[in-house]
Ligand binder design. Sequence first.
Ligand SMILES: [Zn+2]
Length: 197
Amino acid sequence: MYEGAIQDLIDELGRLPGVGPKSAQRIAFHVLSADPADVNRLSTALRKVKELVRFCTICFNVAESEQCRVCRDPRRTNEVLCVVEEPKDVVAIERTGEFRGRYHVLGGAINPLEGIGPDNLRIRELLQRLGTGEVKELILATDPNTEGEATATYLAIMVKPMGIAVTRLASGLPVGGDLEYADEITLGRAFEGRRAV
Ligand SMILES: [Zn+2]
């Protein structure tokens, strides 16, 4: 335990996901010895992300204006909608260059153990979007783990009666993992090989 400011920084860093006590301490001492200009850039970036970044009013991806870059792009098709859990999954799929439709970011997955049910996700907003009749195919690109599968199954049951084709990414993705950790080629192939559910 240290005194004052350095311990405050270690405590704050330690609350970040994936940062254990040892890493928190290492980062804190790195900051302490770093060039003041570098530390200023970091603190500005931290402040700006809270000031400027918000969620797209259409798809709930991160955005710096009312709508995100994908929703603003007129060259993309409205006929295919890809459902993902988090904004980071949008980035992973965009990296593959395989997808030219739109996204819908749920904000997580159904997880009864953590008290996350359908009402805690942006499913109502998804059904509203589908209600316009423009979407012909809904791609369920939730994570290939228990919660992601449960969410995909739930959505398939809700959406199929609407007469929309529902597909799920092909197998080949590492089971139990996060979509964002799949490499571009594997994820790209999973996209091409998506199957009806
Ligand atoms: Zn958007």
